[in-house]
Design a protein around this ligand. Structure first.
Ligand code: PGA
Length: 263
């Protein structure tokens, strides 16, 4: 696991965008997994800048999103469909036919979820999955107790998550209580994972996921089982890490020897 500690949100966003751009440049037909929430917004801004200024080309890429609220219309301003189109897809040259986001309005959840998994496999599997982390240590909406082998399915959101998400909704009664999310097992099958964390509010979750035991109570801790993970955390999010100095030192060595010595 590579733990990249950067000064602030801007540097976190730039680092993550560079990792995604590197993946896309080495394989233009990459299958990219995207995430929503406030954390990846800066990364998307940077990807848009790279597309406009540096010709970063998404035309051959396929995308799959991690999750979507259940029974929230895709046209709702807070749906993850709206989020992705407004903050990324409308501003890059990705082909709309190659975009997949879970359908929170589906009448047949079980079939939809099985089909989502099939579509990821048919696309050749996820090359890179971008992740945020919840304050309860969730990745996707895999709340505490989610099986580490779980697949795409309907999940009940934890109270803390509902409270955190409420900040985006004018009418608090509208805040969804359920979501369709890729499972931990689905996420772990991506060839590369990039997890972002910003601010002190995430420091405890980051510490538990990177340095705590692997447990279904903190689903981000399952990333410890994956062979190719980069965690990009700013100073605040990294502030409780016990081996902080070592991670910084590893990155210095990686620079010096121009090798991925940390993975
Ligand atoms: P946030 O959400 O980026 O809005 O903090 C992250 C998450 O819950 O996964």
């Amino acid at each position: 696991m590579r733990v990249v500690i950067v000064k602030d949100y801007e540097q976190m966003s730039r680092t993550a965008a560079l990792l995604i751009a590197k993946q896309l440049r080495s394989k233009p037909s990459s299958v990219l997994g995207f995430a929503t929430g406030s954390t990846p917004l800066g990364t998307y801004k940077e990807l848009i800048r790279m597309h406009r200024r540096e010709g970063l080309d998404f035309s051959h890429a396929r995308t799959f999103n991690l999750d979507e609220y259940f029974r929230l219309d895709p046209s709702h301003p807070q749906s993850y469909h709206t989020f992705m189109f407004e903050n990324l897809f409308n501003k890059i040259n990705v082909n709309p036919d190659r975009i997949s986001i879970p359908d929170g309005m589906t009448e047949d959840v079980e079939n939809f979820c099985a089909d989502y998994e099939r579509r990821i496999k048919q696309a050749g599997g996820l090359d890179l999955q971008l992740l945020g982390i919840g304050r309860d240590g969730h990745v996707g909406f895999n709340e505490p107790g989610s099986s580490l082998g779980s697949r795409t399915r309907l999940k009940t959101l934890a109270e803390e998550t509902v409270r955190d998400n409420a900040r985006f909704f004018k009418d608090k009664k509208e805040v969804p209580r359920l979501a369709i999310t890729m499972g931990v097992g689905t996420i772990l099958e991506a060839r590369q994972l990039v997890m972002l964390a910003s601010g002190e509010g995430k420091a405890d979750a980051v510490k538990r996921s990177i340095e705590g035991p692997v447990t279904a109570q903190v689903t981000a801790s399952a990333l410890q089982l994956h062979p190719s993970v980069t965690v990009v955390a700013d100073e605040g999010a990294a502030s409780l890490l016990m081996h902080r100095r070592y991670y910084v030192y590893v990155e210095k060595m990686a620079e010096k020897y121009e090798a991925d010595v940390g993975i």
